[in-house]
Write a protein that binds this ligand. Structure first.
Ligand code: FAD
Length: 313
């Protein structure tokens, strides 16, 4: 029955990865509304104000926040410019009363696919606005075909803004331990994730005990380098391991737990109740369907959750 479970999981994964929700929502307003109900669990709304409102509620409950304006793989210079303007407004408004908040984005949302130099220029422009208002910028990690370009933009920008730009590393990629050694300056801000993209096994590791071990080793390594680390996972067993290791090493001052809005909220609450620093990753934007697809593809049972959310009052 274990093999049946695996087969079912694989089948669900391939369904999830083939979903092209945009096609349905463009064609059919009813479908649009229904799918939006499924997305509501994970996305605060289409507007910046909705994300900032949820951020305020979470902050008054004791959480820190990350904010993302959803978008990726932007194909034209105008759309990149529009994304940069929205991110600027987000930085400005979040910075008014929210020192320490984080704004996260994909470099492919601000120009990486068009020209690496354009993405770098946009990143530096945003960093120049973020630094004086105490907002930290965090670069997400995308598919492996972009890893070199993302790291090269990061390493060039972080030289100018060492305290304001952070990077996400995916434990699943075989290259990541070497990247951590070669690319991170001392004291870097790093988010460690397992990895959301399906990559060939020649370059990546599936979910497994070995991946969890690599995850732990990466966190330990970056802490030894004096980095500040966000342990970004919803894996409770892994979090329990991290809690123990970090407390024993006295390194818990440099680490925080970061979880996605709408995913395992009871786990974030438990961490907060234990006095741990917890950051919630909030998203907003018109491209909410992209975000919904990612959450379903990384955890196929969310397909059922989506159906339940759609059918519920
Ligand atoms: P898994 O082993 O996948 O899951 C462990 C358990 O967590 C599951 O059994 C389930 O109970 C729960 N769970 C996990 N995912 C879900 C879900 N979607 N819905 C409901 N329950 C779930 N990935 C990237 O590739 N690049 C990034 O830049 C990136 N940024 C991220 C930022 C943050 C703050 C977080 C939390 C994740 C980010 N991810 C990113 C996604 C990450 O790589 C994983 O795909 C995602 O976190 C699921 O893996 P997991 O570590 O939670 O553990």
């Amino acid at each position: 029955s274990e093999s049946m479970e695996k087969q079912l999981a694989d089948a669900l994964k391939s369904v999830a990865r083939r979903l092209d929700i945009k096609e349905y929502i463009d064609r059919d307003p009813v479908m649009n509304q229904l799918l939006k109900k499924a997305a509501d669990r994970y996305v605060t709304g289409e507007q910046r104000q909705q994300a900032l409102h949820t951020a305020r509620e979470l902050e008054s409950a004791g959480y820190a926040v990350s904010l993302e304006y959803i978008g990726e793989n932007t194909q034209s210079a105008e759309e990149c410019e529009q994304a940069v303007q929205e991110l600027s407004a987000l930085i400005r408004e979040a910075g008014v009363d929210r020192k320490g908040a984080r704004v996260s984005f994909d470099l492919s949302h601000i120009g990486l696919l068009l020209d690496t130099e354009l993405a770098l220029r946009h990143l530096l422009e945003l960093a120049q606005q973020a630094e004086p208002v105490g907002i930290e910028l965090f670069i997400s990690m995308e598919e492996s075909a972009k890893t070199d370009r993302i790291l090269s933009v990061y390493t060039r920008a972080v030289r100018q803004y060492p305290d304001n730009i952070g990077i996400t590393l995916q434990a699943q990629l075989h290259r990541t331990p070497e990247d951590a050694v070669a690319q991170l300056p001392a004291g870097a801000r790093v988010r460690i994730v397992k990895g959301a993209y399906q990559e060939p096994e020649s370059i990546s590791m599936p979910r497994s005990e070995a991946l969890d071990t690599r995850y732990v080793e990466l966190v330990e390594y970056v802490l030894q380098q004096g980095c500040r680390v966000s342990v970004a996972t919803h894996d409770e067993a892994l979090i329990d391991r991290m809690l123990e290791i970090l407390q024993t090493a006295g390194a818990d001052r440099y680490a925080e737990y970061e979880l996605l809005y709408g995913i395992r909220p009871e786990l974030s609450r438990r961490l907060l109740d234990r006095g741990q620093p917890v950051r919630i990753y909030l998203t907003y934007g018109h491209e909410w369907y992209l975000y919904l697809c990612h959450r379903i593809a990384e955890y196929p049972p969310n397909l059922f959750q989506a159906v339940i959310d759609i059918l519920s009052e």
